[in-house]
Write a protein that binds this ligand. Structure first.
Ligand code: MF3
Ligand code: CO
Ligand code: CO
Length: 256
């Protein structure tokens, strides 16, 4: 029910977990190539998190999820399960990493293009990235959580893209998924949450080239677009501050 406000000590631990999460994504980048299987990407990330970072990959066994990262390819929206299928030229893939260090979670995902870039793939990757950052730019103490969804929805719609409604961002800390839910679209009926310094949550818009509707595959995890058009997602873990947001999973190529 309650939204946890993190203490300075907890915030420091969240910063460490966030940095490690971002470093897994940096580390895996050069392995995302034509011919690699998503199982291989999972194994490399798993070993790095466990052996190098001495941390825990949160997805593994989370509600029965069988792997250490999520890999969602092309029209897969989220929660794709790594498999023995090889990436091929022109694929796009979301890699979603969640690391637990010292009891606290960091959660972030990035998109990657495999082989030669193609125009439609680049378009949805760019628009979903803009949506994430437009959401982050809204954040500061005192605003309504609804402003995040409103800004993301306006941007996606201005680009004639749709927003997945069934999955959203979430509070994060000692637990993987805490209150509040962070919608990526505007909804009048949700309870209003006023942001306070010390809140930590993710923003992770899933943006589709076609219609917003999704379905769950028989594996009970992989979410795909109903129309099989491309979907893309980026995710950051953020901390609310008086002045704005501190991105705890910032990538080296990002400036705040
Ligand atoms: N990392 C995802 C999120 O952003 C959740 C994955 S749950 C799993 O919230 F079980 F599929 F790993
Ligand atoms: Co998340
Ligand atoms: Co995630």
């Amino acid at each position: 029910m309650t939204i946890f406000i993190k203490t300075p000590d907890e915030i420091e631990k969240m910063r460490v977990a966030g940095r490690l999460t971002s470093e897994v994504l940096d580390m895996i980048t050069d392995y995302v190539k034509v011919g690699v299987t998503t199982d291989e990407l999972d194994r490399i990330c798993h070993n790095y998190i466990v052996n190098v970072q001495q941390a825990i990959p949160a997805p593994l066994n989370y509600k029965g999820f069988p792997k250490s990262i999520c890999t969602s390819v092309n029209y897969q929206v989220c929660h794709g399960i790594p498999s023995n299928k090889k990436l091929k030229d022109g694929d796009i893939i979301n890699i979603d990493v969640t690391v637990i260090k010292d009891g606290y979670h960091g959660d972030s995902s990035r998109m990657f293009m495999v082989g030669k870039p193609n125009v439609r793939a680049k378009r949805i990757i760019d628009i979903s990235y803009e949506c994430l950052w437009i959401g982050i730019k809204q954040v500061k103490a005192g605003i309504s959580l609804k402003e995040i969804g409103r800004a993301i929805e306006n941007h996606a719609k201005s680009k004639k893209c749709s927003i997945v409604h069934e999955y959203c961002g979430h509070g994060i800390g000692r637990a993987f998924h805490e209150k509040p839910q962070v919608l990526h679209y505007y909804s009048a009926k949700e309870d209003d949450v006023i942001l306070q310094p010390g809140m930590t949550f993710t923003i992770e818009p899933m943006i589709n080239l076609g219609k917003r509707h999704v379905k769950l595959l028989p594996d009970k995890w992989t979410v795909v677009t109903k129309d099989h058009k491309l979907s893309a997602q980026w995710e950051h873990t953020i901390l609310v501050t008086e002045k704005g947001a501190e991105v705890m999973t910032l990538a080296p190529y990002e400036k705040q």
